[in-house]
Design a protein around this ligand. Structure first.
Ligand code: CP3
Length: 344
């Protein structure tokens, strides 16, 4: 049994006697029941836009494990899709998009159109709100403007972000237009999720670490700040977790700027450093290398204790430094949760 909304309490900075836990990508291919369900839709976006399937995928890890929260089953790329960009998922490759090359391409990209297109996502949240046990928290999410623009410009996943960075560094005024459009779209998507029942929000800036530190502040921190500032007005009381993955000492910039109620740390951050540089200013989340979940056993328990020893005395949400990988043995997730629950 989980206590009433431990996650929400912790995100408000009220540290109880229990560390809340959920895992990024806690739903997905490492679960056999997900792979069976996934076979019911031809392509991944259809799956995300079918509330019966998305509700079930969201609930699968909750049925198996003592987790404090369920995260909406969807994807960050529903935002460019909803705006009008061609987005599809290729088996074994990942996401593909018809890349945009200039701001001309943005004509016709409208937030109102996106909200219309994403109604099945909000329907999924409304149903989840009904079905989720009252003591579990419902998390909504979106990609941050920089990560979304990088997919929109590169046309898919990228190793070096060459095209997106050429545009951001070489044509900053034009790039700002793209970012501004996404600030509005992402904020509206998150507001709609709150209206449909999301109790906590997370903003994923998965590729923030690809930018140099000045560009990181301009294209990752500032747009996220603009979104969070708007949410504090339009969705007061809903905590926002910010995940600027890979920014290194930039995590301290986020903490000092007061962007978000909590900051999610990737596995490259030393948790002892983070205690002083980040946790003094805000709630922290994350930090366990997802590969420990593949390994399990004593090694994983030592890694978990390292994080709890460093950060467990302040407000902490236990999580991974990035998402669960498909090779994760499901029993290791149960082991991880039991280890965190048993820690004193
Ligand atoms: C960058 C990013 C994406 N999507 C997401 C991010 C940010 C987090 C991160 O950095 O990983 C976020 C995301 N994607 C998915 C969720 C669901 C909720 C959860 O966390 O359990 C969430 C929160 C489902 C998904 N999104 C995707 C899958 C796998 C597709 C399938 O099941 O066929 C799932 C379960 C597909 C996806 N979606 C994306 C990629 C690059 C891929 C392909 C890689 C892969 O296959 O793992 C874009």
């Amino acid at each position: 049994m989980t206590h009433p909304k431990t996650l929400v309490e912790t995100l408000h900075g009220r540290k109880g006697d229990r560390t809340p836990i959920w895992l990024m990508r806690q739903a997905g291919r490492y679960l056999p029941e997900y792979r069976a369900l996934r076979a019911e839709a031809k392509n991944f976006l259809d799956f995300c836009f079918t509330p019966d399937l998305a509700v079930e995928a969201t609930l699968q890890p909750i049925r198996r494990y003592d987790l404090d929260a369920a995260i909406l089953f969807s994807d960050i790329l529903v935002v460019p899709y909803g705006l009008g960009q061609k987005v599809w998922f290729e088996e074994g490759i990942g996401p593909l998009l018809d890349p945009i090359v200039d701001t001309e391409a943005l004509k016709g990209f409208e937030t109102t159109r996106m909200i219309e297109a994403l109604q099945p996502v909000y329907e999924t949240l409304r149903r989840l709100k009904q079905e989720l046990p009252a003591d579990r928290t419902l998390i909504g999410f979106a990609g941050a403007p920089w990560t979304l623009t990088s997919y929109m410009i590169e046309g898919g996943s990228s190793r070096d972000f060459a095209k997106a960075k050429l545009w951001a560094y070489g044509r900053p005024d034009s790039f700002q237009k793209l970012i501004d459009l996404l600030v509005d779209a992402v904020a509206a998507h998150l507001e709609a999720q709150v209206a449909a029942g999301a109790e906590v929000l997370q903003i994923f800036d998965s590729w923030a670490g690809a930018l140099d530190s000045a560009a990181m502040r301009r294209w990752s921190l500032e747009p996220i700040r603009a979104i969070v500032t708007r949410l504090k007005r339009t969705a007061p009381g809903v905590p926002v977790i910010v995940f600027p993955r890979g920014v290194g000492t930039g995590y301290r910039d986020f903490a000092e700027a007061g962007v978000g109620d909590a900051i999610s740390l990737d596995q490259h951050i030393d948790p002892v450093w983070a205690r002083d540089a980040v946790q003094r200013k805000c709630v922290v989340q994350g930090n366990l290398d997802p590969r420990w979940l593949v390994v399990g056993g004593e090694g994983m328990r030592t890694a978990i204790h390292g994080i709890l020893d460093a950060l467990g005395r302040g407000p902490l949400v236990f999580n991974l430094g990035h998402g669960c990988v498909p090779e994760t043995p499901p029993e290791h997730v149960a082991e991880l949760i039991a280890t965190v629950r048993a820690y004193r």
